[in-house]
Design a protein around this ligand. Structure first.
Ligand code: ZN
Ligand code: ZN
Length: 434
């Protein structure tokens, strides 16, 4: 998911010359009027019945059924629970359109009539499940886009590759599909790729940016090994709690003193676990965190600094070596410059001031990066999810609107799904249109 939508800047650009004629949006809207009731019903059904990463069996089956009815050739079970739907329509570019399938292990508190009550087993525990990232909106828009392109088949040539990937939230589903031979199953790598994400911006708005769009994320997990003993006799111990505390504070100097102040970089310690009683010095203390960057050289520098800080803390304490593990997670989504220019021009022509060019990348990370790194020139763009009147009311009351991953996150389906279908259809038609 992508929180940069919240900070979108409404820069107005001149409309480029190669813009699509307004008739295209008119045709899309006429078809949308016919399709929307079915899309909303699908959205509400998926929202009420979310499934977690690599468990999206029912969700994938619903999408597969819709795509087969539209005439796509569907392959299920790609990367465990993912699916790919292909439609050939003469010679032309091969275009990937991605949606995610998964929900989040959390309890929804939106109060919506179609709110989720679902539960599942996650890491051995029973948890609630909710579509609090908006992937249900994406699925409805994905089906809506497929309907549009089928209806407009006479106006374009090429091959559509509609990918529904599992487990985006664990940043592993895209890799699972690629490792399962996704490109072989579709007769080779696509020429272009598109994905969208709904966020807390105004519904009806579309956000786009060339270049770096999201951040890298690395998981930090370090266990400091000490020597336990009586809290009244610290000299007979090596105190891992002190090491964990010192590391948590000192590691921030990697950000403030070692990283270029102009470069983006975050180290957050989100979990410290140690000990069982106030008068016992424990054997171990475990510190977990997340590291975010938007530049590989900056990332290398921060990772080296984190490791050095952990080692220095151990040396100061005269302790045995720490167990340090840094697990790479999401990589950066980098939008293709020329494809973003072409797509942005079409967005501007169709949406005017509602097409917003973004100036800064976001600090979240996204699994779509795997498709970009696999060599598909892409545009990953944002759409707003909240009614502008609701945004104005919240602002007047000084109340922040819930963002993605909040249990209260509740995008307005009508304008979110409609804008998603309009923007995605325009983006795809722009590369396959006659
Ligand atoms: Zn998310
Ligand atoms: Zn998401």
């Amino acid at each position: 998911m992508n929180l940069l939508l919240a900070t979108a800047v409404a820069a107005v650009l001149a409309t480029a010359a190669q813009a699509a004629p307004p008739a295209t949006l008119k045709a899309i809207d006429a078809q949308l009027d016919r399709d929307y009731p079915a899309l909303e019903a699908l959205y509400k059904d998926i929202h009420a019945h979310p499934e977690l990463g690599f468990q999206e069996v029912e969700t994938a089956a619903k999408l597969a059924k819709e795509m087969r009815a539209l005439g796509f050739t569907v392959t299920e079970g790609v990367g465990k629970t993912g699916l790919v739907a292909v439609l050939k329509n003469g010679d032309g570019p091969k275009v990937l359109v991605r949606t995610e399938l998964d929900g989040l292990p959390m309890q929804e508190k939106s109060g919506l009539p179609w709110a989720s009550q679902a539960t599942a087993t996650w890491n051995g525990e029973k948890v609630f499940v909710a579509h609090s990232c908006g992937h249900d909106i994406h699925m409805a828009a994905w089906i809506g886009t497929a309907r549009q392109l089928v209806a407009q088949k006479a106006r374009w040539k090429g091959t559509l590759v509609f990918v529904a990937q599992p487990s985006e939230e664990t940043v592993s589903g895209a890799r699972a599909m690629l490792a399962d031979g996704l490109w072989d199953k579709i007769g080779g790598k696509p020429d272009y790729g598109f994905a969208l994400h709904v966020g807390p911006g105004a519904a009806g708005e579309v956000y786009y940016k060339a270049g770096v769009l999201t951040s890298t994320s690395d998981a930090l997990d370090v266990t400091f090994n000490g020597r336990g003993g009586h809290g009244a006799m610290p000299a007979a111990t090596i105190d891992p709690v002190l090491m964990a505390a010192r590391f948590t504070v000192d590691v921030q100097s990697v950000i403030s003193r070692e990283k270029d102040p102009a470069a983006f970089g975050v180290v957050t310690v989100g979990s410290i676990q140690a000990g069982s009683a106030g008068n016992i010095i424990p054997d171990k203390a475990r510190v977990r965190g997340t590291i975010r960057t938007q530049d590989n050289a900056v990332r290398d520098k921060i990772l080296a600094g984190v490791e050095r800080t952990a080692k220095a803390v151990v040396d100061m304490a005269g302790a045995p070596p720490a167990d340090l593990k840094i697990t790479p997670g999401g990589k950066m989504v980098v939008n293709d410059a020329s494809l973003t220019d072409r797509t942005g021009a079409v967005f501007k022509a169709a949406f005017g001031a509602r097409a917003v060019l973004q100036t800064t990348p976001g600090s979240a990370s996204e699994d779509y990066s795997e498709f970009v790194l696999a060599g598909v020139p892409s545009v990953y763009f944002g759409i707003g999810g909240y009614d502008p009147a609701e945004i104005a009311k919240a602002k007047a009351e000084g109340r922040p609107l819930p963002v993605n991953h909040s249990p209260y996150f509740a995008p307005t389906p009508g304008p979110s799904i409609r804008t998603g279908v309009e923007a995605m259809t325009l983006a795809v038609m722009n590369v396959v249109g006659k």
